[in-house]
Design a protein around this ligand. Structure first.
Ligand SMILES: *Cc1c(COP(=O)(O)O)cnc(C)c1O
Length: 219
């Protein structure tokens, strides 16, 4: 299947309340334009420089999501256009996003990344840290950043039961916060290999790369 057929397949398959973020990291602009012309308007990247190059070159009605780990000193390069930052892993990063968003008179939406995988290689905070950040005076004073939900990456394993437990854990945490926090609208979980399990567990946003654009040579 080519890229536009894949986009159409996902648009048909995903429930209406689930957003598709097409993860275009390492892929050329021609591939993004093929998806765009098939109706896809949300794209995700994991490197700020690469995303900014693509933002400059491509149609301005594309929503760009940063899904990778972000270093504080890189926030300034995307603060003028980024739509959603998926993987905020600490309060300090949120402070920097707030500061840079203010310079552009924007409010930048963010998700807090919760560590749900067993692998040490995956970033994220524990569930208690989510409450701590949202309840902190520092966060309450931020006017230019809005945390609208949570993001997580499951363990890379064939054990579907384990993936399901990890997603279910994140969904439970999300529901707990969303019950008292009206900003919470978005739960980002599920990738090419595990999005079906994420759908079963109540995801509202899937991040799909290789199954749309083909395998990557590097990450
Ligand atoms: C690369 C990436 C994806 C997409 O992974 P695929 O397996 O290619 O679908 C999703 N989320 C994040 C954070 C990524 O870095």
């Amino acid at each position: 299947m080519d890229i536009s057929a894949k986009i159409k397949k996902y648009k048909e398959e995903l429930p209406e309340n689930v957003k598709l973020v097409a993860i275009s990291k390492t892929k050329p602009s021609e591939d993004i334009m093929e998806a765009y012309n098939a109706g896809q308007k949300i794209f995700g990247e994991n490197k700020v420089q690469e995303m900014t190059d693509k933002w400059e070159e491509l149609p301005k009605d594309i929503e760009w999501h940063m899904v990778g780990h972000v270093q504080s000193n890189k926030v300034k390069y995307m603060a003028h256009y980024v739509s959603l930052i998926h993987a905020v892993h600490k309060l300090k990063l949120l402070k920097e996003i707030d500061k840079r968003a203010k310079e552009h008179e924007r409010v930048i939406k963010c998700l807090l990344q919760v560590k749900i995988a067993e692998e040490d290689s995956k970033y994220g905070m524990d569930a208690a840290e989510v409450d701590k950040i949202l309840a902190s005076d520092a966060y309450k004073e931020m006017e230019n950043v809005k945390v609208i939900g949570l993001m997580g990456m499951a363990t890379l394993t064939n054990n579907e039961e384990q993936i399901k437990q990890e997603f279910q854990f994140l969904k439970n945490k999300y529901d707990e916060v969303a019950a008292v926090n009206k900003d919470f609208t978005t739960l980002s979980m599920g990738m090419s290999g595990d999005y079906k399990i994420a759908l079963d567990c109540g995801t509202t946003m899937v991040r799909i790369g290789s199954s749309i654009f083909g395998e990557r040579n590097y990450n």
